[in-house]
Design a protein around this ligand. Structure first.
Ligand code: HEC
Ligand code: HEC
Length: 327
């Protein structure tokens, strides 16, 4: 009997070891695809670990961090729509009130130089302070948020695992959120398979790619599909009189310039533009055709075929980014 018990315990321990090994092996940390440029995010002061990533994810999905427990980062940045606000032109927040802009995707942010449509935030580690404290978004204060996490046993142990300290600091909380956000790398679209030599464009996609290189790539530069610059695409100002980059710089030359958005995952991120004014890619192309450069009907269908190769189904369904998985 005793012998049997020892044997059973040994089998059980082996099973536990095998399971936890599997979980650890699923987490590969941050990697730059070989055909991407060097990252801009400072990993030397915030190395991505599994514990830090899991903590960041838990914070990202936690609506108790808002003033009335209603809103989390994920309320406006939903994985199924490439971390944008599905079908909302202007994102809405507390009590249904409207923000001023369309929520951009949380995607490939380790290569960004600045954040927000007007570039008003320079560092990813600083970005979450805005939604946490904005009265329309989460309506909290940073000291209150730190009080909430430090009075939670779950968070205290997660912060300890991630950073080794007994009391969580604001700096650690922001770094954990960054760890989650930089891991959101979209690199599994058909375009990426072609870059890696694992697939080929069909004829229409290839022709669409040639038109893209000629007409779009100067701003939407591959492989990230943005050159991180601010441009005026001659959209008439909206009712909110959003003057774009000018809001951040007060430089008259920046009036109505907006951050060039990536074109990855357009199939999941509509509506489009800084205020979500266009409900389809066709409407965006109508605008370009009227105001910037001509696009023929034939070019348009080829261009659209190429743009579809930038949709990354694995990114929007990857369980790694889902709420409550993996811990
Ligand atoms: C109420 C909706 C809402 C909530 C909640 C929200 N966001 Fe956002 N987020 C937005 C909008 C809208 C923008 C664009 C703001 C702008 O350009 O002025 C944005 C922009 C961003 C950006 C910049 C992306 C880029 O490409 O420049 C990041 C990063 C981000 N949010 C992360 C977060 C995090 C982290 C949280 C939680 C702490 C959060 N957001 C909560 C709506 C929201
Ligand atoms: C001069 C630079 C420039 C060129 C050239 C350009 N774009 Fe853009 N594009 C932008 C900017 C800036 C925005 C954001 C405008 C805004 O929100 O006010 C944008 C927005 C978009 C959007 C909306 C994306 C989103 O997530 O909201 C799409 C789609 C798009 N462009 C496709 C194209 C295509 C296709 C071409 C080539 C036919 C092209 N663009 C050429 C600068 C450019």
């Amino acid at each position: 009997m005793r012998k049997y018990k020892t044997y059973a315990t040994a089998v059980l321990m082996l099973l536990v070891a095998a399971c936890s090994k599997e979980v650890i092996e699923q987490f590969f940390g941050f990697k730059t695809p070989f055909y991407f440029p060097a990252t801009t995010y400072d990993f030397s002061s915030n190395h991505v670990t599994k514990a830090g990533f899991e903590l960041g994810k838990t914070l990202f999905y936690d609506s108790t961090l808002s003033i009335d427990n209603s809103t989390s980062c994920a309320s406006c940045h939903m994985q199924s729509s490439a971390f944008t606000h599905h079908e909302h032109s202007l994102s809405h927040g507390l009590n249904g009130s409207l923000t001023r802009r369309n929520a951009p995707p949380i995607m490939n942010l380790a290569w960004n130089n600045s954040f927000m449509w007007d570039g008003s935030v320079g560092k990813l580690d600083q970005q979450p302070v805005k939604p946490f404290t904005n009265s329309i978004e989460m309506g909290e204060t940073m000291p209150n948020i730190m009080k909430k996490v430090n009075s939670s046993g779950m968070y205290r142990s997660m912060f300890k695992d991630a950073f080794g300290t007994a009391v969580a600091t604001e700096d650690q909380l922001l770094k954990a959120l960054s760890q989650f956000m930089v891991m959101a790398v979209s690199k599994e679209a058909k375009y990426d398979s072609v870059q890696r030599g694992q697939a080929q464009f069909n004829t229409t996609e290839k022709e669409g790619y040639a038109i893209f290189v000629q007409k779009c790539n100067a701003c939407h530069s591959e492989p990230l599909f943005t050159d991180n610059s601010f441009r005026n695409t001659k959209l008439p100002p909206n009712d909110l009189m959003d003057s774009g980059r000018y809001v951040a710089t007060r430089n008259i030359n920046d009036l109505y310039k907006f951050k060039v958005p990536s074109l990855r995952n357009l199939g999941y991120t509509k509506p489009y533009m800084h205020d979500g004014r266009f409900s389809s890619i066709d409407k965006v192309l109508d605008h370009y055709n009227t105001n910037l450069f001509s696009i023929s009907t034939d070019e348009r269908s080829k261009l659209k075929a190429f743009l579809i190769t930038l949709d990354d189904k694995i990114f929007v369904t990857n369980p790694l980014f889902e709420k409550g998985m993996g811990h």
